[in-house]
Structures are given as structure tokens and as C-alpha cells.
Design a protein around this ligand. Structure first.
Ligand SMILES: Cc1cc2nc3c(=O)[nH]c(=O)nc-3n(C[C@H](O)[C@H](O)[C@H](O)COP(=O)(O)O)c2cc1C
Length: 175
């Protein structure tokens, strides 16, 4: 076991992924872990960390570009660390097997760069009033359903599983 902290790095446009990242950090802290939560673009080095969780909101069936960029930029360091991915999206507001398969594929571009130890797939929040003008117009034009579908218990439990995996090599890949 190491005393180094865990990094939860996230990319978020309207705040829901940031709040999911914070909830994951809180759950890890409940197990005694030191955790830093940080936007991906603010991370300069991974040297202080024992493990890295990277998560992003989904736009256009992909992670936000800055999250993918983070994995590319830190690829060499990430190859040496336990790495976990998560995503936050609207499709999983209905958690069907088909939607699960669909959103898992959102991670294909980043899984080609590096394969993670575990994956978390979470329903998020779509609230047009929190979006920048162009995205708000897009959401309105597409008549997208708005709501907050985050399942805090599921997020908490998933983070507990990640902790078990990191500590004892136990737990199973959620995807
Ligand atoms: C412009 C735009 C595109 C989106 N594209 C997708 C998508 O392709 N698939 C999906 O499941 N959700 C999509 N969403 C929903 C977001 O992933 C969801 O609202 C997420 O919780 C946003 O995270 P944030 O609040 O951290 O920005 C989209 C949202 C916006 C605003």
C-alpha cells in the first residue's frame, strides 16, 4: 500500500461531471484515501499519484476533447499507473443493455490509446439553462429531454469497487 493520493481528473461543460468526480472522490476518501479532484486541463504532472481516474461528459458520442487530450498528453506516465475511465451522459437515463453497449462504444477512441483497469458509465444531467449559448441552441433544436438522472448510490458503490480493486486487486470491470 502507498500513501500517495489518487487523482480524479474530469472534463465538464455544465458541472454535472464535476459533481460526479467530487462524489467519487468523497467515496474514496471514506476508505481513507487521499484524493485530488481536478479539471483535466489543470493537471501538469502525475508524479504525485498512485492511481488516476479520468472522466468526461459526453458530447457527440465522445468524451470532451480535453479529456482525450489529457490521456494523450500523459500517456507515458499513465502507462505506469492504475488507470480508470468514467463517462457521464444522457443516454443512460434509461439503463438498458442496448444503451449500455452504445455508451461503452463512446470510449473506443480513448481505449485505443490506453486500456483502463475499470470503466464507470453514469447517467448525467441535461439542463439547457446551464449551457453556453450554442450548446443551449443545439439542445433546444434537438428537443432533447432535460433532467438530472444521476444515481448517487450507484456512483458511490462503483467508487467503492474501484477502491477494492486498487487496494486488493479485487473487484470487476463494470463494463
Ligand atoms: C452539445 C451536447 C451534446 C451531447 N451529446 C451527447 C451524446 O452524444 N450522447 C449522450 O448520451 N449524451 C450527450 N449529451 C448529454 C451530456 O453528456 C450530459 O448532459 C452530461 O451530464 C453533461 O455533463 P456536464 O454537465 O459535466 O457538462 C450531450 C450534451 C450536450 C450539451
Amino acid at each position: 500500500m502507498t500513501n500517495k493520493p489518487i487523482l480524479v481528473a474530469y472534463a465538464s461543460h455544465a458541472g454535472s461531471t464535476e459533481e460526479v468526480a467530487e462524489a467519487i472522490a468523497t467515496a474514496l476518501q471514506e476508505h481513507g484515501a487521499g484524493v485530488d479532484v481536478c479539471p483535466v486541463q489543470d493537471v501538469t504532472t502525475l508524479a504525485p499519484y498512485r492511481a488516476v481516474l479520468v472522466g468526461s461528459a459526453i458530447h457527440g458520442a465522445k468524451w470532451l476533447p480535453e479529456a482525450t487530450e489529457f490521456v494523450k498528453r500523459h500517456r507515458t506516465e499513465l502507462e505506469q499507473l492504475p488507470l480508470i475511465y468514467f463517462l457521464v451522459c444522457a443516454t443512460l437515463r434509461e439503463d438498458t443493455a442496448e444503451h449500455h453497449r452504445e455508451v461503452l462504444a463512446y470510449l473506443d477512441p480513448v481505449r485505443v490509446i490506453l486500456e483502463p483497469l475499470e470503466i464507470g458509465l453514469f447517467a448525467g444531467r441535461l439542463d439547457a439553462s446551464r449551457l453556453p449559448f450554442l450548446e443551449r441552441m443545439l439542445v433546444k433544436a434537438m428537443k432533447s429531454e432535460e433532467g438530472d438522472w444521476r444515481d448517487w448510490e450507484a456512483i458511490h458503490d462503483w467508487a467503492g469497487g474501484v477502491w477494492e480493486h486498487l487496494e486488493h486487486g479485487e473487484g470487476e470491470a463494470v463494463a
